[in-house]
Design a protein. Sequence first.
Length: 254
Amino acid sequence: MGRKFFVGGNWKCNGTSDEVKKIVTWLNEAEVPSEDDVEVVVSPPFVFLSLVKTLLRSDFAIAAQNCWVRKGGAFTGEISAEMLINLGIPWVILGHSERRLLLNETNEFVGDKVGYALTQGLKVIACVGETLEQRESGSTMAVVAAQTKSIAEHISNWSNVVLAYEPVWAIGTGKVATPAQAQEVHSELRKWLHENVGPEVAASTRIIYGGSVNGANCKELAAKPDVDGFLVGGASLKPEFIDIIKSSTVKKST
Ligand SMILES: O=C(CO)COP(=O)(O)O
């Protein structure tokens, strides 16, 4: 079964309403491969979700960058999965390393969130990835397997899940993983899914790479067999994001 190439743009905590309108304008004007060949999802900050939803072309989808772990209520400052569904937002990014490291989100908490978001009908981009210290001590696979296990325990239907491998040392640093490094972890993650979830889920789940992806390095990464797309930070705020979307064509020729 073919895995449709997936390109996500994580805008993080960036942008004014004028800047957001400008980004949407160049996204709307871009000529990109058909939605049969590439799935594009952009993730603005919560406060701009409605604005982007009103303006964005219909072949691109929208993701929130987080949501609360369970049903809404007395949780000041949080946004619930139900609210996202109510706004017509189909996707949410969960377990991003910036939230794990800066806001102390644990594997268990991320797993709970993934489970709850899925039960509410959201599709989830679930993020995993090791720090530089963990990589250098040789524990990359143990770390990403433990993160994936906590997530997998809460998933009964994988068709609404994309797994994002984002090595922390590559995020926002300009230090991209080499295509071989990305392929190695992606193929290990697919093997983990094969052994712990099942062969069909392993074959059909998109595993995307994030960490300093840009217009210049995306094609080489996209050419790797287990790289099914990207989660892009900084470069998703710039027109080179279109080149990253177009790197999906590399798959058709391989
Ligand atoms: O964290 C990321 C996407 O979620 C990657 O960020 P950069 O592309 O800015 O390194």
